[in-house]
Ligand binder design. Structure first.
Ligand SMILES: [Zn+2]
Length: 380
């Protein structure tokens, strides 16, 4: 699995040389991209690069020159892939063509075999040696390193992707979860007598607060875009992500302590299409669930602990009664309850959904989840 180490570079007297290389790297990228962008507007992208090679190679070395050209290729490849996704309805907003790298925050790349660490020294090509600090959390095979300068803080950082060996777990139980908005995770772990709910209410409340602030500022400013607005959008997103990370970490700890080795999750695609849920919730859904942020975080965090995540189709799992295996007309009642007229019981609707995910996945007959009728525990 792939993980990233982030470290800080402290170049000291070497800063001028490092800055020079980063600036030349940006110039190389932007030169190549200029021709691609220009030719794009005339109808056919000119991907040739060979003539840039020689001029920049003397400063950057051939490995870095090659990595920057490759990175530009990747940006374009990703652009075409996203465009295709947008055309087929899989993406909300159309993406723009690859932009220029920022001269104020210059960056450079190092091929996996062209750098190495010796104690607190990072050895770069052409005998450039730079001190570094921080924590290399992950060990494994190093990939292409990205070095960048933050103009705001005047500091240097490096991202080092690592190919890490998967963790082994000793757990043997399976957990089943349903992703939602009001209840972020509704889960049931094998042998448990109750389902558990990890509430999303605080996240919703925070989102609502930030969204109100945004629309107030928007009407004050009388326009839809400005630096202040963008900052607020970023802040709203950061807060949301932080809250999700916390809840994912809590859920993962729960799984580890409950001896879980596998988590089965209903496919999240359904959430976006399940009709109107009010403006705040809809904006939340469209902004984040569509990009699978929660799902990605969950997968990474579980994987770090050696737990597998299995995605299964959740079609009809919220409408079907887990006791009878049929869709009762008006079965899904308001206020989060699912009522089964045949058994005369009401269950938490999300818990009913999890029970269906579990029964479907294991080909069990309806009614084989007693815990679905017990009140779920709430985890905050
Ligand atoms: Zn029923």
């Amino acid at each position: 699995m792939r993980r990233t180490n982030t470290i800080q570079l402290v170049p000291g007297a070497q800063e001028e040389e490092l800055m020079h290389r980063a600036r030349v790297s940006v110039a190389l990228h932007n030169t190549i991209n200029y021709r691609r962008r220009q030719s794009y507007f005339t109808g056919k992208v000119d991907y040739s690069t060979t003539y840039e090679y020689n001029g920049f190679k003397t400063v950057l070395g051939s490995a870095t020159t090659q990595q920057i050209i490759r990175k530009c290729d990747e940006e374009w490849k990703s652009y075409w892939a996203l465009l295709k996704l947008w055309k087929t309805g899989g993406l909300e907003d159309k993406t723009g063509i690859p932009g220029y790298w920022d001269k104020k925050n210059p960056t450079t790349l190092m091929r996996n075999d062209s750098y190495r660490f010796e104690d607190n020294i990072l050895k770069l090509p052409k005998k450039l040696e730079v001190k570094w600090k921080g924590n290399k959390v992950w060990t494994g095979k190093q990939g292409r390193m990205e070095i960048f300068y933050k103009n705001d803080s005047k500091k240097w950082y490096a991202f080092i992707p690592m190919e890490v060996e998967a963790t082994e777990t000793t757990g043997r139980k399976t957990a089943y979860i349903d992703l939602g908005i009001k209840n972020i995770f509704t889960c049931w772990i094998e042998m448990a007598s109750n389902a558990e709910i990890f509430s999303g209410r605080p996240i919703l409340a925070d989102w609502r607060y930030s969204t109100d602030k945004l629309s107030k500022l928007q009407s004050e400013l009388g326009k839809r875009s400005s630096k202040r607005l963008r900052r607020l959008y970023t802040k709203r997103q950061r807060r949301f992500r932080h809250a999700i990370n916390t809840i994912v970490a809590r859920f993962t700890r729960k799984c580890v302590s409950a001896d879980v080795s596998k988590v089965v999750i209903g496919d999240v695609k359904g959430i976006r299409n399940s009709g109107s849920k009010g403006r705040t919730t809809n904006s939340l859904v469209h902004n984040f669930w569509s990009f699978g942020y929660v799902y990605d975080r969950l997968q990474t965090t579980l994987e770090n602990n050696g737990i597998d995540l299995l995605r299964v189709n959740e079609a009809y799992t919220s409408k079907t009664c887990c006791l009878c295996g049929v869709i009762h007309k008006n079965g899904r009642k308001h206020r989060g309850l699912y009522v089964c007229p045949d058994h005369g019981v009401s269950m938490n609707a999300d818990v009913n959904g999890v029970a269906n995910i579990k029964q479907n996945n294991n080909c069990e007959p309806p009614g084989s989840s007693n815990w679905a009728m017990a009140s779920p525990l709430r985890v905050l």
